[in-house]
Write a protein that binds this ligand. Structure first.
Ligand code: GKR
Ligand code: MG
Length: 435
């Protein structure tokens, strides 16, 4: 099946002012939507990181895609994936916001094409993607609530403002209200809380209040994106040993594999068995030997967008299972195509041991580019539809609106530090560790 065209669309979607150790989300998040069209007019679609550099990388590979066979093209471009595998470079994401790491550009680009190809093939042969890549082991994929400290505002700018559905949330009490609202709307049964923003004592208190409110049957995770020293991480792990047990975890409390290993060792020495999870210290296959050797991470948060696509996530899952490491899924601000791709790969991955992350509740209907509007999350789950490919089509009017927003935004990459300086503190810089 020959590929006739590859179309790359840069779009901007409204994003609320969410905080993390990276800084502050800008009023718009950037995404790239791609279309692969076969000679017989079938269109495969996908969504990936946005801004100029991911789009340029895709444009750079265009000549290899046009005219190629959709069944073979991922094999043909495979060497691009190998680029950074053997040269000893550190692929770590610790100091860079996701999507802005030049070292995983090749795996991100490969993944973007792979998933679009799978959608194209699925749509051509009438089979859902999860069944193409090994067959579903579940029909519904669980996701978790993803509360953030946030400033007032729903995203967008000028006369393009979105409703501020969740309001300001800069205290433990406000975070509890935010989660309640999210659970009521989507039915989530676990919570992943973005920390690394306020003093650790306040973040401990936030988790305690969530535990108090939702009880031990709702697993809790806390993720400060490496904002803490080893000592602070151990202190927080000890303080929250009850709240983070029973299906919860402590995610990337500190930087690097060695740092994580030190936290794990100290926690175990104190009798605290709360597992450590990571999507920052462990971001590539090259990180696995040291991770296993030092017992640095007990749960890996996979992400097909930068691990190199769906099949690499399945390889990762097998390796994780082999070494008795759990698997969860990382997310970044995204729309429905990414959500469906995450759901399909999760559906076809037996060793998925935790509910996946998703930023989806933070995005608005007004920005969705999927025909028919937003994907439904019910009882905290995304159901895999009996439709071919990813099960979604593009709404071209909505896509055009997204492209127009992109043309109008002055920034063409994610820069949470710059946003912090603009809106919160003119002298703010990301310091790791901060506490
Ligand atoms: O959206 O600010 C954010 C998150 O901090 C995101 O950038 C992280 O990549 O959600 C992610 C995580 O789990 O680390
Ligand atoms: Mg994380």
């Amino acid at each position: 099946m020959k590929i006739k065209d590859l179309r790359i669309h840069s779009i901007a979607i409204a994003d609320p002012p969410l905080r993390s150790s990276y800084g502050l989300h800008a009023p718009y998040a950037l995404r790239t939507i791609i279309e692969l069209e076969s000679e017989d007019g079938v269109i495969g679609i996908n969504e990936t990181y946005g801004g100029e550099s991911p789009a340029a990388a895709l444009r750079g590979i265009r000549s290899k895609i046009i005219g190629a066979d959709a069944f073979r093209v991922t094999g043909t471009i495979n060497p691009a994936m190998e680029k950074f595998k053997v040269n000893g470079l550190d692929r770590s994401q610790t100091f860079l916001v996701p999507g802005e790491n030049p070292l995983d550009e090749s795996t991100r680009t490969y993944a973007a094409i792979e998933v679009a190809c799978l959608d194209l093939i699925g749509k051509s042969v009438g089979v859902p993607v999860c069944d193409l890549i090994g067959g579903r082991v579940r029909d519904k994929v669980p996701f978790s609530a993803y509360p953030f400290y946030k400033h007032a505002g729903g995203g967008g700018e000028g006369n393009d403002l979105r409703e501020d559905e969740y309001g300001e949330a800069l205290s433990p009490e406000m975070l509890v209200v935010q989660v309640k609202q999210m659970i009521k709307k989507y039915g989530f049964t676990s919570i992943k809380f973005k920390a690394g923003v306020l003093k650790p004592e306040e973040e401990i208190e936030t988790v305690k209040q969530m535990y108090q409110e939702f009880g031990p049957e709702v697993p809790l995770r806390i993720d400060p994106n490496s904002a803490w020293t080893v000592t602070t991480s151990v202190k927080v792990g000890k303080a929250l040993s009850r709240e983070l047990s029973g299906g919860g975890y402590l995610e990337d409390p500190t930087a690097g594999i060695q740092g994580m290993a030190a936290v794990r060792k100290e926690l175990l020495a104190c009798g605290v068995e709360v597992p450590l999870a990571s999507n920052v210290a462990v971001t590539s296959f090259k990180d696995l030997p040291a991770t296993v050797a030092h017992d640095a991470v007990q749960i890996i948060l996979c992400d097909h967008h930068y691990w190199g696509g769906m099949r690499q996530v399945q390889h990762l899952a097998k390796l994780a299972e082999t070494f008795n490491i759990g698997l969860s899924m990382h997310s970044n601000s995204h729309l429905g195509i990414s959500l469906m791709a995450m759901a399909h790969v999760a559906a076809a991955t037996p060793h998925l041991t935790y509910a996946c992350d998703t930023h989806y509740p933070w995005q608005s209907e007004k920005d969705e580019v999927v025909k028919g509007g937003r994907i439904r999350i019910k009882d905290g789950c995304v159901a895999i539809p009996e439709k071919p490919g990813l099960g979604v089509e593009l709404d071209y009017d909505q896509l055009e609106r997204g492209k127009e927003r992109y043309r109008n935004v002055p920034y063409k990459k994610r820069d949470d530090e710059a946003e912090m300086r603009k809106h919160v503190d003119p002298s703010w810089t990301r310091v790791l560790p901060r506490w």
